[in-house]
Design a protein around this ligand. Sequence first.
Ligand SMILES: *Cc1c(COP(=O)(O)O)cnc(C)c1O
Length: 220
Amino acid sequence: MGDTVQQFYAVKAKIAAAEHEARREAGAVTLVAVSKTFDAADIRPVIEAGQRVFGENRVQEAQGKWPDLKQAFADIELHLIGPLQSNKAKEAVALFDVIETVDREKIAAELAKEIARQGRAPKLYVQVNTGSEPQKAGIEPRDAVAFVARCRDVHGLAVEGLMCIPPADENPGPHFALLEKLAREAGVEKLSMGMSGDYETAIAFGATSVRVGSAIFGSR
Ligand SMILES: *Cc1c(COP(=O)(O)O)cnc(C)c1O
């Protein structure tokens, strides 16, 4: 068994243990395996080991490897977890099954237009900049609930969840707690939070999916 597959199994086991410890139901947390910068040859063994949900942060990079893999494995679910430019909305709607980074009015409008045009509706999450970091994507926490409502009422988009990336140099717990609170207020069920360094913590705070890259595929 290759290192990557072994690491994949180890992450799956830690997720199961964290679910148990948090008194969550077994299988309550979906692993999104983040394969950015890795090519199809690195990804394939993980698919063959049973993983079906993957995350990529660039539309163009994903277009280079996923159409073939999706053809080969029909039940792949591909998540966009990186910033979306409005001129890439068309490609993103065509390729991704979940777009986790809706964070402004213009993107919501473009996505609504493309979803109507293509007749293909990826699931949508709103990204929240829980640390209000100027360089980071995501809507400000104080605007998040109203933005989810506007996605629904103005653009006709069904938002299923919220996503966050806590500041790298802070304890992530309060950020996960804030995201959970905002999701409750906004009336959405899914919480995408937790990466290689903190996914077990995120599970304790209610994550319904964790985005894990380097702990599976190695450092980038
Ligand atoms: C790269 C990335 C991840 C995975 O990070 P790791 O620390 O490698 O697990 C998760 N979420 C987003 C948004 C990313 O860009």
